[in-house]
Design a binder for this molecule. Structure first.
Ligand code: PLP
Length: 392
């Protein structure tokens, strides 16, 4: 190329050929907006929907296709699309399946921003959104209308932790031909085989365990069915939900250790939860593996693990100020949203403002158990619990 063009042009047209005989374990990061075609006929022949050919960076590169294939495999699905956040994945499902005049059902303990999105769809887009008791089980049949086009499930709820009877909800939905989408983020696709329990669409916030670094925002929508996948593909293309390749690489790098991290979060969380159960300040430990948690027996029946997230209800004699003081008094637990990273986190929630119905009297605090040693975490909670008696 050297002599043929001015330096400015050569700078742009310097050739790069991907190395053929370079073997390495990491998946290569393929940055691309433009994807080149060898000729016009090839350009016309290629279809953005087919993962056998590349058309434009927004529709995927070898890097995104590799992550999508791995996520589908973990979940036991066949198709996957990644999007810029977990919330974008929720939007992808909603916009792929709902239009004006349709109805969507969501559990009352659904992830807060999913609830907010549903309320927005109702207010501005003429879709009705109704919230059901997460413990409704087969009773969901009575709520399904002729215009119901989607049922969301989430188990357990990521703050109040009720475990729904997902198989019963799925059978009732199937009988009426309504697809069920599940936010399966809590179990990372490892502790709950959603498709085997009848779910049609799995949504994941990869921001949590798949990233594991408290640094990446990303989401995924996974399906088994070709027709549903086609709808997701169309919505993905129309919404332009592309993701950055460096972020995709970070998730690819974290995935091989996800099982080990998940199991470590799980083991430590169960130790901390069991210890909290002994404390007089705590009236209930809402961990699906413990009997206090509504739907505990469904967790025993349907799940194979837990992960790091659970909540507690304080004895009603403790004021909000005392509970806030407990959270502020923790040293290892930082105050912040999200979970799945190495750091333990803790958040108090005002449940009355979040739910249609909430009957617990004591304050709720959610713990995300990170990868620290359970003994250190217990000592930290212990000192902060001791201190709240002094506070009023
Ligand atoms: C975090 C989370 C989401 C949203 O993920 P973002 O990437 O933060 O948008 C959705 N559902 C659940 C249960 C989550 O915990």
């Amino acid at each position: 190329m050297a002599e043929k063009y001015t330096p400015q042009t050569s700078l742009i047209h310097s050739e790069y050929v991907a190395p053929d005989n370079f073997g390495a374990l990491p998946v290569a990061i393929h940055h691309a907006s433009t994807v080149l075609f060898p000729n016009v006929a090839a350009m016309r022949a290629r279809n953005w929907k087919e993962k056998s050919g590349y058309t434009y960076g927004l529709h995927g590169t070898p890097t995104t296709f590799t992550l999508e294939a791995r996520l589908a495999e973990i979940e036991g699905g066949r198709h996957c699309r990644i999007v810029p956040s977990g919330l974008a994945a929720i939007a992808l499902v909603n916009l792929a399946l709902l239009k004006t005049g349709d109805d969507v059902l969501l559990p009352d303990n659904v992830y807060g921003p999913n609830r907010d999105q549903a309320v927005w769809l109702e207010r501005d887009f003429g879709i009705t959104a109704r919230f059901y008791d997460p413990l409704i089980g087969a009773g969901i049949a009575d709520l399904i209308q002729d215009n119901t086009r989607l049922i969301w499930t989430e188990a357990p709820g990521s703050v109040s932790m009720e475990v729904s009877d997902v198989p019963a909800i799925c059978s009732a939905a199937r009988a009426r031909g309504v697809p069920v989408a599940m936010d399966n983020t809590w179990s990372a696709g490892l502790a709950f085989r959603a498709f085997d329990h009848g779910v049609d669409i799995v949504m994941q916030a990869l921001t949590k365990y798949q990233s594991g670094g408290s640094d990446v925002l990303m989401g995924a929508v996974i399906t088994r069915d070709d027709e549903l996948n086609h709808k997701m593909e169309l919505a993905h293309m129309r919404l332009g939900f592309g993701v950055g390749m460096d972020d995709v690489y970070m998730v690819l790098r974290s995935l091989p250790s996800m099982r080990l991290r998940f199991d470590a979060h799980d083991a430590a969380a169960r130790k901390v939860a069991a210890w909290l159960k002994q404390r007089p300040e705590i009236s209930k430990v809402l961990h699906p593996a413990l009997p206090d948690c509504p739907g505990h027996e469904l967790w025993q029946r349907d799940f194979t693990g837990a992960g790091g997230l659970f909540s507690v209800i304080f004895d009603a004699k403790f004021s909000e100020a005392q509970i806030d003081r407990f959270v502020d008094g923790l040293a290892l637990f930082k105050i912040g949203f999200s979970w799945g990273g190495a750091h333990s986190l803790c958040v108090p929630y005002r449940m009355q403002t979040m739910r249609k119905t909430w009957t617990e009297k004591g304050g709720l605090v959610r713990f995300n158990i990170g990868l620290e040693s359970a003994e250190d975490l217990i000592a930290d909670i212990s000192q902060s619990l001791d201190a709240i008696h002094a506070a009023k």
